[in-house]
Design a protein around this ligand. Structure first.
Ligand code: PMP
Length: 397
């Protein structure tokens, strides 16, 4: 027998939550655990610009033959335009190379594989807390991870001094994983001044930045959310970025993401790309096409692009409206000061609720959230907000 000694893996905390939610028979149950955007009706709908691009593809697409290993060159170019801005030297200059990967996860994994296979580093520093998959991706790729503090629980903000102090212990050549914006799970991002300090610090310490850019456009805007990445680019000659189109295009299941690697010169970038290709070839051979073609179609057509920007703005503004409403209503209900929720960015918020309070929300009110206190603000809408406020008020009192 080969498999009988295998232990069952522990349940994934977030997927396990979804299972429990499905089984709950209460009519007014609410899922604030999932990491997908929902509209005011609680639905994760397909964006209009995506539907239109799909119609165009249905008519025009002539083959389902394999894509190049790194995806369509135009797709990579458009992704770099979003990351760096239209006029950046990294769009066409050749120092930045991009590769289509299956989602942001695929981009993180291919980037980590590349780092490990090329002996670039053996240790990656990851924020504590973070999206739990980061730790697993690092170890699966053969990297060791260390954690740096990120969250100041008492003040509901970034533990900036402790973060820098801990990263001072990193060895020259270590990798530092940073969330570009809309930090998951805390919703807390560095200020512009802090990004400047981080970017200079990494360059001085000769640490390699690896930036996870999963939520561009969900914080303050497409350009605004790129501030951190662009600041890193100002001071650091080499770095990696894993972008995702899962959230900002709502293409969750199409698995569309991009790994971009920036080198100090074009000659190095060409060699880097040749090795990234090997990493892709051995992991997935070549990327899925549909999401990539949708994104390329939308971004290269001015009308569709304007529609996308509008729809993205709609998602962003709905979330921030819910943040304001939630904190106001909680204050009015006597639950205390939750103003910090309005300062956080993106889909998620660290609510400050503890494990027992989260458990009580589930048990007594059918409201599901992650035990860490993370709530998905994109799951709140004008129909469920009052019952959420009532429940939170009851569990904090
Ligand atoms: N990074 C972070 C911080 C995320 O939250 C997620 C998705 N939850 C990803 C990467 C991966 O995104 P994708 O679905 O595109 O693989």
């Amino acid at each position: 027998m080969f498999f009988d000694r295998i232990d069952a893996a522990p349940a994934d905390p977030i997927l396990g939550l979804n299972e429990a939610f499905k089984k709950d028979t209460r009519a007014n149950k609410t899922n604030l655990g999932v990491g997908v955007y929902q509209n005011n009706e609680g639905k994760t709908v397909i964006l209009d610009c995506v539907k239109e691009a799909e119609k165009i593809l249905l008519e025009k697409e002539e083959t389902k033959s394999y894509l190049p290993i790194t995806g369509l060159p135009e797709f990579g170019r458009l992704a770099r335009e979003l990351i760096f801005g239209k006029d950046s030297e990294f769009v066409d200059g050749g120092k930045a190379v991009s590769c289509h990967c299956p989602g942001g996860t695929g981009a993180l994994r291919i980037g980590a594989d590349f780092i490990h296979q090329q002996n670039i580093a053996s240790t990656i520093w990851i924020s504590d807390p973070t999206w739990a998959n980061h730790y697993q991706i690092a170890t699966s790729a053969g990297l060791k991870f260390e954690r740096y503090p990120y969250y100041d629980r008492a003040n509901h903000n970034l533990a900036f001094d402790r973060m820098i102090e801990t990263l001072s212990q990193a060895k020259e050549g270590d990798v530092v994983l940073l969330h570009a914006c809309c930090h998951n799970p805390t919703g807390i991002d560095p200020t512009h001044e802090q990004w400047e300090i981080i970017a200079k610090f990494l360059a001085e310490k000769k640490l390699l930045p690896f930036i996870d850019f999963a939520y561009q456009g969900f914080g303050h805007g497409i350009e605004e959310d790129a501030f951190g990445v662009r600041t890193i680019a100002k001071y650091n000659p080499e770095f990696l970025i894993a972008s995702s189109f899962s959230k900002n295009f709502g293409l969750y299941s199409e698995r569309s993401g991009v790994l971009t690697v920036v080198s100090a010169d074009v000659e190095t970038a060409v060699k880097v790309m040749s090795q990234v290709k090997i990493a892709v070839r051995t992991a997935i051979s070549n990327p899925p096409a549909h999401g990539e073609k949708i994104v390329t179609t939308v971004l290269s057509d001015p009308t569709l692009r304007a529609k996308w920007e509008d729809e993205l703005k709609g998602m962003r503004e709905r979330i921030s409206k819910m943040r304001v409403l939630l904190s106001h209503k909680l204050k009015d209900a006597g639950a205390g000061d939750f103003d910090f929720i309005t300062e956080q960015n993106g889909m998620f918020s660290f609510s400050g609720l503890d494990k027992d309070q989260i458990e009580a929300l589930k048990r007594d009110f059918g409201i599901y959230a992650v035990a860490s206190g993370r709530i998905c603000v994109a799951g709140i809408n004008s129909n469920n907000i009052d019952s959420i406020v009532e429940a939170i008020t009851a569990v904090v009192k």
